[in-house]
Write a protein that binds this ligand. Structure first.
Ligand code: MN
Length: 241
């Protein structure tokens, strides 16, 4: 059997072909897998489970159908959809996992994460992340009207794009010390994450001088990146060419 990992789909009404690609991927491929893991940023933005959204409806129904066919789906938050809550997870029949999580995949313990928490050189982002993950910030945000939240999300996105472009590439990538710390905290040889949109399989130095593996998933803006883990090994591929 194969376990599938995806992240950074950034699904949004403005890119209906990518939502269609995801629904087809679930219907044709995930349905034959042992499990589907979504490592954050499934959606381009998430302002609360109470906001009506056709893309979110299509995704929930595809995933609920997958669950009905006996394939579990696990999801952890990205930096775009960290407000995705229990109500939506229940609708989509996916299990919310903490970031990071240690999971057993095809007989091996591995660590999964979105990856933004490893980018510790981007200090303003680290500060915003800490603030926006507090219950008080989230309660205050979710108590605003949907229109106010939509407006906030749009402005935050534009600002974040401008800001990210102004940074050196190294700042927006994972910090090697943070990766080492992650490996040290969990006694595993593999770490899978997304977020940076730089798909690759890196050999990663570990504390005991053994070599670990850090697998980075790509985005679905242009790549449709999928990691397939099976008994024969591990394949990082693209659905879009
Ligand atoms: Mn991200």
């Amino acid at each position: 059997m194969t376990t599938l990992f995806i992240s950074d789909l950034h699904l949004d009404a403005s890119r209906p072909h990518i939502t269609r690609l995801f629904v087809e991927f679930v219907r044709n491929e995930a349905v034959n897998a042992s499990a589907l893991y979504i490592l954050g940023d499934l959606f381009e933005a998430w302002i609360g489970d109470d906001a009506e959204d056709e893309t979110a409806d299509a995704v929930a129904s595809a995933l609920a159908n997958l669950h009905e066919r006996g394939v579990p789906c696990f999801y952890l938050h990205g930096n775009r959809d960290f407000l995705l809550g229990d109500a939506y997870a229940r609708r989509a029949r996916m299990t919310l996992l903490p970031d990071p999580s240690e999971v057993e995949v095809e007989g091996e313990r591995i660590v999964i994460s979105h990856g933004d928490a490893l980018c510790i050189d981007d200090l303003p982002y680290v500060a915003f992340r800490a603030l926006s993950r507090t219950p008080a910030w989230q309660r205050a945000f979710l108590s605003r009207t949907v229109a106010e939240r939509v407006d906030f999300a749009r402005r935050a996105r534009a600002e974040s794009e401008r800001y990210t472009r102004s940074l050196e590439e190294q700042i927006t990538d994972v910090n090697p010390e943070a990766v080492r710390a992650q490996f040290a905290m969990h006694n595993v040889r593999r770490l899978i994450h997304g977020h940076t949109h730089r798909p690759a399989i890196h050999a990663s130095e570990m504390s005991d001088n053994a070599s670990g593996e850090r697998i980075v998933l790509g985005d679905w803006y242009e790549q449709g990146s999928v990691l397939r883990v099976g008994t024969e090994g591990l394949l990082l591929q693209k659905l879009l060419h």
